[in-house]
Design a binder for this molecule. Structure first.
Ligand SMILES: NC(=O)c1ccc[n+]([C@@H]2O[C@H](COP(=O)([O-])OP(=O)(O)OC[C@H]3O[C@@H](n4cnc5c(N)ncnc54)[C@H](OP(=O)(O)O)[C@@H]3O)[C@@H](O)[C@H]2O)c1
Length: 375
């Protein structure tokens, strides 16, 4: 189930508000930051806002720079990114600027909302997603039907809250503006509810005139067989570790990371690390964790290649080590080929023992790269 890369973008006041309650939109960003937002818009395939933002702000959501639009056209992309909105009710003003500017538009809604949206004659493709709005179905549809690989979400708070709480946001681009709103009735960036337990990863801070851009990535693994955005980050790290392995003609190069449910990294490892010519990545990582660590039971093992089931170099294969550690979730990029072991099936062994194994094939090319000479 591939989804687009989801980038949440918002500007907030020092006291965490997205807007005030006045009739006009509160300008939180600085001119140079609006230009940065324009650049981000030019880099994505689609921009999404909630119906509440269309009602409150009547935005156009365009790429304003002619040079950036020309560059998109030169790269074979549409002049403007696809504009997407989400509405449960389908109650949308057909005169809003959203429909009459830029390129193509899509409305994702419920079955009931679709009847209403169609009756309004909106200049958009209306896509019902069932009795309720399912974000995973929406993202799958954008990816598979609309070819969206990068999605920028520009609010409002209701939308950002859901995408973050459902583990579907790959990145948060937050601009902090040096002003206060101070009105409890104003909309907040994030509402109450269940967020990931631990800390997000701060990947960048940048001063832009008098505002500060902060970029964060979520860190908490998904649960069960459902992938979360953070799974992709951790698996990418495992694939990077695979590239660090001492080369071998007789064994794969693999990277592994063990991550607690709250997004804390417990350990990492890679094949043949620290001068051990036969150690495997999962084995090396698990060996660094106290076997009594209570976080193991809810942890996820990320490994660039599925855990092995048979090996001659050590008594226990990695699938067994994972089971013995009490880990119940594994995310991998690539099923083991027959190069060294015929019909190895680490995934089968783990799933038979009740472990959820999630394969994210988007990372397969990266996982295979340091092993090209073996394939
Ligand atoms: N500072 C910034 O960067 C920024 C950016 C954007 C917006 N804003 C501000 O944010 C405010 C608007 O935020 P908001 O939270 O009220 O609205 P919103 O998030 O833009 O949209 C909420 C609407 O989206 C639809 N929706 C969302 N989740 C849904 C679900 N799971 N199922 C069905 N429908 C769903 C509903 O539409 P229906 O009501 O049609 O069912 C809901 O009312 C405005 O004041 C705006 O100025 C600020």
């Amino acid at each position: 189930m591939p989804y687009p890369y989801v980038l949440l973008s918002a500007a907030v006041s020092l006291d965490g508000y997205l807007d005030d309650t006045g009739p006009d939109r509160l300008l939180l960003s600085s001119p140079a930051d609006f230009d940065r937002v324009d650049e981000v818009r030019a880099s994505v395939d689609a921009i999404l806002v909630g119906a509440g933002t269309i009602r409150a702000d009547n935005p156009r959501l365009l790429v304003n720079s002619p040079d950036r639009r020309a560059a998109r056209l030169a790269a074979g992309k549409p002049e403007y990114p696809l504009k997407v909105t989400v509405s449960g009710s389908g109650e949308l003003d057909p005169a809003a600027k959203f429909w009459h500017t830029g390129g193509e538009k899509v409305v994702y809604t419920t079955d009931k909302g679709a009847e209403r949206a169609r009756s309004l004659g909106l200049a958009a493709d209306v896509v019902p997603l069932g009795p309720g709005l399912d974000w995973r179905r929406l993202l799958e549809h954008l990816h598979d039907v609309r070819g969206v690989r990068r999605l920028m979400v520009e609010g409002g708070g209701t939308i950002h809250t859901q995408l973050l709480q459902e583990g579907l946001a790959d990145e948060l681009q937050l601009v902090l503006a040096p002003l206060f709103v101070g009105d409890p009735h104003a909309p907040r960036l994030f509402g109450p509810g269940g967020y990931q337990g631990g800390r997000l990863r701060l990947v960048e801070t940048r001063r832009i005139e008098d505002v500060v851009l902060m970029r964060y990535e979520p860190t908490a693994p998904g649960t069960g067989s459902l992938p979360a955005a953070a799974d992709r980050h951790w698996l990418a790290l495992a694939c990077e570790l695979a590239a660090d392995c001492p080369p071998s003609r007789t064994a794969f190069s693999v990277g592994a990371v063990v991550v607690a449910a709250d997004g804390t990294e417990l350990a990492r490892g890679h094949s043949r690390e620290a001068g051990d010519p036969v150690v495997h990545a999962e084995e090396a990582a698990l060996a660094k964790i106290d076997p009594g660590d209570p976080r193991l039971a809810a942890a996820t093992v990320y490994t660039s290649l599925e855990p092995c089931t048979r090996r001659s170099s050590r008594p226990a294969p990695c699938a067994r080590l994972i089971l013995d550690a009490g880990v119940r979730r594994v995310v991998t990029a690539w099923r083991e080929p027959d190069t060294f072991v015929h019909e190895a099936d680490g995934t089968g062994l783990l799933t038979a023992a009740g472990v959820d194994v999630v394969v994210l094939p988007d990372h397969e090319v990266q996982a295979k790269a340091p092993n090209a000479h073996l394939l």
